[in-house]
Design a protein around this ligand. Structure first.
Ligand code: GLN
Ligand code: ZN
Length: 759
């Protein structure tokens, strides 16, 4: 059998996004939104059938998020909203996702190591699994009505439970399991009544480091579900589950799915003594990346399984196709040579079917030939190869990733050069991206504005930003990043080895999509990227101006990365290109250079045993960018919105002179980690949350600074917001920054009196 674990729901042209936003804006009635959802599902199922899959997958559709959708099916919406779970309406569901005047939205977090964000279920002793919406059953009826063979996909109970957060009254999430299981039983029984033959239950949780009690919950849970359920295919992905082999093989399910793109070695483990009664579904087409599958290699990996299992072998993608763009067919501007290397969701369906046919010995000759040609072209491509970059990387030594002097010496020289006050104030880089800026960029892209006119508009923007910062009395200025559409795309567009799609959208959360660049070849820098902007900005002021770059790990993490060499190799190539940029900025007379790495934490592997290796190369890549400068040049980095306490040693190992981090949401809790760890260099804990239009008063920020002082000595503290300000308006930005500067002044004044008294 050939099948997928899920298909992107957003639509090749983001039709669902457009419809959702129109509905939220009261531009279309609910009936119209429902109709668009129906049409998209029908289209996506038809795609699966046309390709030749044996099932269509139902249940992968969600109005906002699949975890929230599952909660809606089970009738377990967060209690604090006060909705009747038996009668949850679509507007209620959107209120859970987006909040309203009286209820903050449910929290959002990343789904495993993807860039997809789910809404975090809220568990408490009051949580009930009661009733639930009819949507899934309606979708099943829709698919059946269209004549499709149906497999339903659901997020599994243990993964769902684990994905939530305890809000109150529970000592363990597992305490809710006895209430949750009957809800799943009801749901599965209804599916059986509807004559659904197979249900795919996703338990990616099995790929994580798990406490024994979570693992122990699997057998009893599935023993409770199996009797009332359609046949169960238990789906694992993103990691090896080889360590859980014995338990998985003995579960009362009819099949298991393995991700053999991420974890190919586990196949042999499972094949050895695989139960006669079970199907094995192998995810061999990459659901996390955009490269065309090498069908010869894939067939070679699948063949031993075919010999052992015969018809019990199913072929699929590694995970849901949610994480790749929809259809390469809509890419008209990509260079043909690069285009032939790629496969988006629609193309992956064909690959899955080609593999199934290949295993059965029927004709896949044309597909095989095309795949061979594409692989050969990729291997031989001149466009993708730079011998100069490779030679340069080979000659790097440890000296290239170490600053000439230790921090204690550097900071003395930097202080002498910069002459900053105690508690220097600064911002993270971007200023409001006003409609005028966007208009100018769009006109430039369209060709309606010539390069020089566009540059003039951006320079005018920089002048305004500098004037505003001077007036506010900030100590270290930024140019404001007006010329950047996106912090990764902007650099990618000016580096070799990156390609950009027109419609390569991937859902990030709700109606929001991202269009990750494609790193297809060796990365190098044809010329300076930011230097002229930085030089111009510095020419407008006596105050130090920060040069501003996106770091190599963030560039990697927010792109589709080539899979024909280790990720770290690509990271070093990006780092080398950025190192040249850093040196050019330094030569232009800029004294402070910030290298942003907000995605350092999210690149962490799922299993702790792999953390060390990743952090080692990630740190080396950063240091390759930052270590070529003189002692007198101050290197900053910035990170935000992640749990940093468990990677503090690596953050310290970056050896940036200053780190600015987002902390205000956790009321500086994060900073305590830095204190306990005795973070050695300077640090700017964010003193206000940039995600809210609320302007905090100086007193609030002062309190946060006092808290910070308890863990980091004043001499090593900076004062700044949590993150960049590009999503805010100027009025609130100026008001908030004025108060931030005021808070820093008051703090300095206190320190001065204290010193006076001491003397
Ligand atoms: N310098 C970037 C900005 O200010 C940093 C953005 C980020 O951390 N995501 O927008
Ligand atoms: Zn940030």
């Amino acid at each position: 059998m050939a099948h997928v674990l899920g298909f992107p729901r957003i639509g090749a042209k983001r039709e669902l996004k457009v419809a959702l936003e129109a509905f939220w804006g009261n531009e279309i009635p609910q009936g119209r939104l429902l109709a668009i959802g129906r049409e998209l599902r029908a289209l996506h199922w038809q795609r699966q059938r046309d390709a030749g899959l044996d099932f269509v997958t139902v249940g992968d559709f969600a109005w906002y998020d699949s975890v929230l959708q599952t909660s809606a099916h089970l009738g377990c919406a967060p209690v604090r909203f006060g909705f009747d779970p038996r009668a949850l309406t679509l507007p209620d569901y959107f209120t859970l996702a987006r909040g309203d005047a009286n209820h903050p939205a449910m929290e959002m977090t990343k789904w495993f190591d993807t860039n997809y964000h789910y809404l975090v279920p809220e568990w408490s002793s009051d949580t009930r699994f009661d009733g639930g919406v009819e949507w899934l059953f309606e979708e099943v009826k829709q698919a059946k009505g269209l004549g499709h063979p149906v497999k339903v996909a659901l997020i599994g109970p243990l993964t769902l439970l684990h994905a939530g957060k305890i809000k109150s009254g529970l000592s363990s999430k597992l305490d809710l399991l006895p209430r949750m299981v009957p809800a799943y039983q009801r749901l599965l029984a209804r599916l059986k009544e509807l004559e659904v033959g197979w249900v795919q239950i996703d338990e990616p949780l099995l790929g994580l480091d798990l406490e024994e009690r979570w693992l122990a919950a699997f057998p009893s849970t599935y023993e409770a579900l199996a009797p009332s359920s359609p046949k169960i295919l238990l789906a694992t992905y993103f990691e090896s589950v080889a360590e859980r082999e014995t338990m998985l093989k003995s579960l009362p399910v009819s099949g298991i799915h393995l991700d053999i793109v991420r974890a190919p070695q586990q196949l042999a483990t499972f094949l050895n003594g695989y139960p006669e009664s079970k199907v094995l579904s192998l995810g061999i087409v990459d659901g996390r990346n955009v490269w065309r599958t090498d069908l010869d290699a894939a067939l070679a990996s699948l063949n031993p399984a075919r010999e052992r299992l015969g018809e019990r072998l199913w072929v699929s993608a590694s995970c849901s196709l949610l994480h790749v763009p929809v259809d390469l067919g809509h890419e008209k501007a990509l260079v043909p040579e690069i285009r032939q290397w790629l496969a988006f969701a629609v193309q992956k369906l064909d690959e899955i079917v080609a593999l199934k046919r290949g295993l059965g010995g029927d004709g896949i000759a044309p597909a095989l030939i095309a795949s061979r040609e594409a692989s050969a072209s990729r291997m031989r491509s001149e466009r993708a190869r730079s011998d100069a970059v490779r030679r340069q990387l080979d000659t790097l030594s440890e000296r290239d990733i170490r600053r000439p002097s230790p921090f204690a010496i550097r900071i003395r020289k930097q202080r002498a050069r910069l002459k900053l006050p105690l508690l220097p104030t600064t911002t993270i880089g971007s200023f409001p991206q006003t409609p005028e800026i966007r208009k100018a960029r769009a006109a430039f892209r369209r060709g309606a504005l010539v390069r020089e006119a566009y540059a003039d508009a951006m320079r005018a923007e920089i002048r305004r930003a500098v004037a505003r910062q001077e007036k506010l009395g900030l100590d270290v200025l930024v140019h404001g990043e007006a010329e950047r559409n996106d912090m990764v795309e902007y650099f990618g567009e000016q580096l070799r080895g990156f390609a950009f799609t027109e419609n390569g959208w991937v859902q990030s959360y709700g109606s929001r999509c991202v269009k990750p660049p494609v790193i297809y070849g060796d990365v190098s820098r044809p010329g300076p990227i930011t230097v002229e902007w930085a030089r111009y900005a510095q020419s407008l002021t006596e105050k130090p101006m920060k040069g501003m770059l996106t770091g190599p790990i963030t560039m990697l993490q927010w792109s589709f990365v080539r899979d024909d060499q280790p990720r770290e190799k690509t990271a070093f190539q990006i780092a080398l290109a950025l190192r040249e940029e850093v040196l050019d900025i330094e030569r232009a007379g800029i004294a402070i250079i910030q290298i942003d790495e907000p995605a350092l934490r999210e690149g962490l592997p799922l299993r702790k045993r792999d953390w060390g290796r990743y952090l080692d190369w990630a740190v080396r890549a950063f240091k390759l960018v930052s270590s070529g400068v003189a002692d007198e040049t101050q290197i900053h980095t910035h990170m935000c919105y992640a749990e940093f306490n468990d990677i503090l040693p690596a953050i310290a190992a970056l050896d940036a002179d200053v780190i600015t981090i987002e902390t205000s949401r956790s009321d500086m809790e994060l900073l305590e980690g830095f204190g306990e760890f005795r973070y050695p260099n300077e640090i700017g804990p964010g003193v206000y949350d940039i995600h809210s239009p609320r302007v905090p008063d100086a007193g609030e920020m002062l309190k946060l600074l006092e808290k910070a002082e308890r863990v980091i000595p004043l001499e090593r503290l900076w004062v700044n917001p949590d993150c960049g300000l590009k999503t805010r308006g100027w009025t609130e930005t100026e008001a908030a920054l004025a108060r931030m500067v005021e808070a820093a002044r008051r703090m300095r004044a206190r320190a001065a009196t204290r010193e006076h008294h001491a003397a």
